[in-house]
Each structure stands twice: as C-alpha cells, then as structure tokens.
Design a protein around this ligand. Structure first.
Ligand code: IPE
Ligand code: IPE
Ligand code: MG
Length: 246
C-alpha cells in the first residue's frame, strides 16, 4: 500500500477527472437494488472530495450522470435525481466551510426543475470559493458538448464576430462547457471498465489514464492516493523525447 509520505507534494495533478463507475455491480454483489449502490457511492464522493482538497488538487471533475444515462430505467433515473438534490442540500455547508466551489457541466436544461434550482443555489453560494473547484458532469456527453461548440462558433462566424481563420484551440476551449477549467491531467475510472464513455474527449487529449478494479462505493482515500502515486510515476512527454524533459 502506498503511503501519503511517499507522495511528491510538488507533482500533484492540477485537474483530476473521475468516472465513478460500478455502483450497480456493488449493490448486486450484496443482493441489493442498484439504487443502494448509488446511495453508497455518495459516501465515496465525499471521501474523494476531502482527499483531493487535502492533497492540493485544484480541480476535481466528477462524472455523475451521462447523456446516455437518460436511457436507463425511469425509476433508476428518478432515484439518481433525488439523491442528487439530497446530497447537494447535505453538502452545501461542508463546501462553504472548506472553501470549495461547485461548478456544473452538461445539458442542465434536461434536468428536473427542482434539481436545476438546487444546483443554481449551490453554485451561486460557492462561486467565490477558491480552495478547489469541484465540477459535476451532469447530463453530460462530450460529443454533445463538441457539437454545441461548433454551432456556437459557426453562429459567430456567420455574424462576423469571429473570422473562420481565427479559430484556434483557445477559441474552441472558450466554447466548451469546461471553458473555465485547465486541461485534465489525470483520469481515474473505477470498476475495471477501460473506456472513456463520452467523457471530456477534447480535454483529456494528454491526460494520464488510471483504471482500477475497485467499485466506486468501495473507493477510499487510499485508493485515491494510489492513483496519485501512479500519476507521479509517469513521464509526461507531450510529444518530446525523454532527454528533453529531464
Ligand atoms: C456509476 O455506476 C453511476 C452512474 C453511471 C450513474 P453504474 O450505475 O454504472 O454501475 P454499474 O456499472 O452498473 O455497476
Ligand atoms: C459512465 O458510466 C457514466 C458515469 C459514470 C456517470 P456508465 O456505467 O454509464 O458507462 P458505460 O455505459 O458502461 O460505458
Ligand atoms: Mg456503469
């Protein structure tokens, strides 16, 4: 087991994004309904937020509900929405106390009105907090985000607000849901699946990927440290040679 002492404080990823997967299988393993897994998953959310804030991660992005998750059984979707409102209500005080800012990415307009109101409330209340930004990806799909970005930029080109020649990576970034966030440094996915599932396709271009068999409700601070340790053992070359990096 890795220890906190062996973590290099000067090489903490600035932006960690997590695909929190395996709630359903976790519940099924104990003969419970999937919703039970989602409920227990919220504890791991809390633990992970605390750990990330403690070790100096400045941006933590959590994939909570994908565009494709709308296709799940109605009862499961409703339970997830209820759980979301409940967690937001419970966590507001902790977010404020620890100087944590909540940010949302995704097609929020598809969420139930009550959820939207609760989200707006917490985002507004935490908007001046500076210790760490927690971004919840909700009703989020990267292809949809990229499609919207192209529509927005096309409109501006048509209305002569920008010229097509001026379109560059920075302009593209400004038109994504993640416009205020830096590139992702580390992606963690739990539950043993090794896929991206339509998460931040543009933003993870040079991220390090970390997959673990641990199911999300079992994910602890130690597991998070293991992911950071693995990240610190990588050499990020960004196309250069190893000699150029050293
Ligand atoms: C992740 O766990 C939570 C959401 C996608 C909302 P799952 O619900 O996907 O759990 P598994 O993958 O079925 O075990
Ligand atoms: C990805 O998990 C979405 C979230 C974790 C919110 P899924 O369980 O929906 O992913 P797939 O469909 O198995 O790839
Ligand atoms: Mg899953």
């Amino acid at each position: 087991m890795n220890t906190v002492e062996s973590l290099d404080k000067n090489n903490i990823p600035n932006h960690v994004a997590i695909i929190m997967d395996g709630n359903g299988r976790w519940a099924k393993k104990q003969g419970m309904l999937r919703v039970f897994g989602h409920e227990n998953g919220t504890k791991s959310v809390r633990t992970t937020i605390e750990a990330a804030a403690k070790y100096g991660v400045k941006n933590l992005t959590l994939y909570a509900f994908s565009s494709e998750n709308w296709n799940r059984p109605k009862l499961e979707v409703e339970a997830l929405m209820r759980l979301l409102v409940k967690s937001l209500k419970n966590e507001l005080a902790t977010l404020s106390k620890n100087n944590l800012k909540l940010n949302i990415i995704g097609n929020v307009s598809l969420l139930p009105k009550g959820v939207q109101e609760e989200l707006n409330y917490v985002v507004e209340k935490t908007k001046n907090n500076t210790h760490m930004t927690i971004t919840l990806a909700l009703s989020y799909g990267s292809r949809e985000e990229i499609t919207n970005m192209i529509k927005e930029i096309s409109k501006k080109v048509k209305n002569n607000i920008i010229s097509s020649d001026a379109i560059d990576e920075s302009i593209i970034n400004q038109h994504l849901y993640t416009h205020d966030l830096p590139d992702v440094d580390l992606v963690i996915r739990t539950s043993g699946e090794q896929r991206i599932s339509n998460f931040l396709l543009w933003q993870i271009a040079y991220a390090e990927l970390y997959f673990t068999e641990v199911l999300w409700p079992d994910f602890t601070e130690d597991h998070f440290i293991n992911a950071l340790m693995s990240y610190q053992q990588r050499e990020r070359r960004f196309g250069k040679t190893s000699e150029q990096i050293k």
